[in-house]
Design a protein around this ligand. Structure first.
Ligand SMILES: NC(=O)c1ccc[n+]([C@@H]2O[C@H](COP(=O)([O-])OP(=O)(O)OC[C@H]3O[C@@H](n4cnc5c(N)ncnc54)[C@H](O)[C@@H]3O)[C@@H](O)[C@H]2O)c1
Length: 425
């Protein structure tokens, strides 16, 4: 993995030091007697100052990136190479997207504050694509506009895939301001940096939570967006920001509204590893696997009295590999100056009960299931109509068998019981 030294790469600092240093030294060696006692001290002070300056520059470079190798490749455009900035690339979906982009020959810069993602995922990608100029990781918080501007200033970015976000409905109900800040405010920061540096292509991660609880199913892209929790509202506000900005600028955007994302790389190179402290917000597959591993006593199904076929919620589960395929197709086919919006789902709803059965099948464990009251902010039935993305981007979900999708995810999880930090052979 190569990465860009942000302020002044080490190689650029030392020659100017060498060019400047001979003059005072020559004065000392051949100059007047009056200065003979001053000059060695001056030279020494100059050397100390320059060494200090160089050390400072190196420290600053180290703070902002994980390695120096190949930095110039990220800072310059190369014919035939598209450089994609992936925000949140250390996270579950972002890391899978990076894998696919690298496989397809893109140059990738990940920016992530590692608040929820895993450096282990980045290291795995780095190990798979070690060539200079393929992948760099830059630590950065998108709430820090100075840092975001710096990243755009120092890298020749062609397009942005903006995944970075905190993304738990229940957490958003408990701490809404955090969600508006992390999702809406940070999207504004990214847009401002894109405008400032002339980056005109964006693929934005939105969600079916922006629709709320529509009366008719399936959900199409024209279904009214009436979100019912701060997570969905913050994402809708981000969409609105993007759409308004696009009206005023030469800006090409594809907004992808994902349904429920599951699975992991079928070749077992990456997986989903949420932090243990997020377990209380866990999505259903994570909870199911934790129960199958004996980390938690069982899974709790929230709501058994919804107006659905078996009383549990209906969701549309989309495999992460299919989802990242939609991103790449969206980028390939992005239309200049246009905002395109697509649902990304299978078009088929499965109940939580069906999901749990598939999970039992995948893990081979008869996990204990407890039925509880409804969770605030949840909706009964949500599934997509994916015909627009099929028609316009020639995309359809390939991994539509829940048991097979969960088996992919379980294989990785079983081999990595403690996430990316552990791998069992
Ligand atoms: N997982 C799903 O089912 C689902 C469904 C619909 C939409 N989405 C959207 O997909 C995107 C990715 O979700 P995910 O499941 O991969 O989540 P994730 O938590 O695994 O990944 C999110 C990444 O963003 C990073 N991040 C968060 N805040 C940041 C900040 N301020 N600055 C820099 N990095 C930051 C985290 O460290 C993490 O690596 C999110 O935008 C989410 O809203 C996810």
């Amino acid at each position: 993995m190569g990465s860009l030294g942000p302020a002044l790469p080490p190689g650029t600092a030392s020659p100017s030091f060498r060019r400047r240093s001979p003059r005072p030294y020559r004065t000392y060696a051949f100059g007047g007697i009056d200065c003979s006692s001053m000059q060695p001290r001056l030279v020494l002070i100059a050397k100390v100052l320059l060494v200090g300056l160089l050390t400072g520059l190196c420290m600053s470079a180290l703070r902002q990136s994980t390695s120096f190798a190949g930095s110039s490749k990220f800072a310059t455009r190369e014919r035939g190479v598209t450089h994609v900035l992936v925000t949140g690339g250390a996270g579950f979906i972002g890391s899978h997207a990076v894998l696919r982009l690298l496989e397809d020959g893109y140059r990738v810069t990940i920016v992530d504050n590692l608040s929820r993602g895993n450096m282990g995922a980045v290291e795995q990608l780095q190990a798979l694509f070690p060539e200079p100029g393929r992948l760099q990781f830059l630590f950065g918080d998108l709430g820090d506009s100075k840092r975001v501007t710096e990243i755009f200033a120092q890298n020749a970015i062609d397009a942005v895939m903006h995944f970075a976000a905190i993304a738990y409905v229940s957490e958003s109900m408990a701490d809404p301001l955090r969600y508006y800040h992390n999702i809406t405010f940070n999207t504004l920061t990214v847009l401002e940096a894109m405008r400032a540096y002339g980056v005109t292509k964006l693929i934005y991660s939105s969600t079916c939570a922006t629709y709320g609880e529509p009366e008719t199913m399936p959900i199409t892209e024209t279904t009214p967006q009436i979100p019912i929790n701060p997570y969905g509202k913050a994402k809708k506000m981000s969409e609105d920001l993007i759409k308004d900005f696009a009206k005023t600028a030469d800006f090409s955007v594809t907004i992808l509204r994902y349904f429920n994302v599951i699975g992991s790389d079928p070749k077992g190179r990456l997986g989903e590893a949420p932090r243990p402290e997020l377990r209380k917000h866990a999505r259903i597959s994570g909870a199911c696997f934790d129960a199958a591993m004996g980390i938690i006593p069982g899974i709790q199904v929230r709501g058994y009295d919804y107006k659905t076929s078996d009383g549990t919620c209906i969701r549309d589960y989309i495999h992460v590999t299919d989802l990242v395929d939609a991103h790449v197709k969206a980028l390939e086919k992005i239309e200049k100056g246009k905002v395109s919006i697509y649902n990304v789902g299978t078009g088929k709803g499965s109940s939580v009960k069906e999901f749990v059965e598939a999970c039992k099948f995948a893990t081979g464990v008869n996990v204990t299931v407890t039925m509880l009251d409804r969770r605030p902010g949840d909706y009964a039935e949500v599934y997509s109509d994916p015909s627009k993305i099929k028609r316009e981007l020639s995309w359809t979900a390939q991994h539509i068998d829940l048991k097979a999708s969960l088996s992919d995810a379980w294989r990785w999880r079983k081999r990595h019981p403690d996430g990316f930090s552990s791998a069992m052979i």
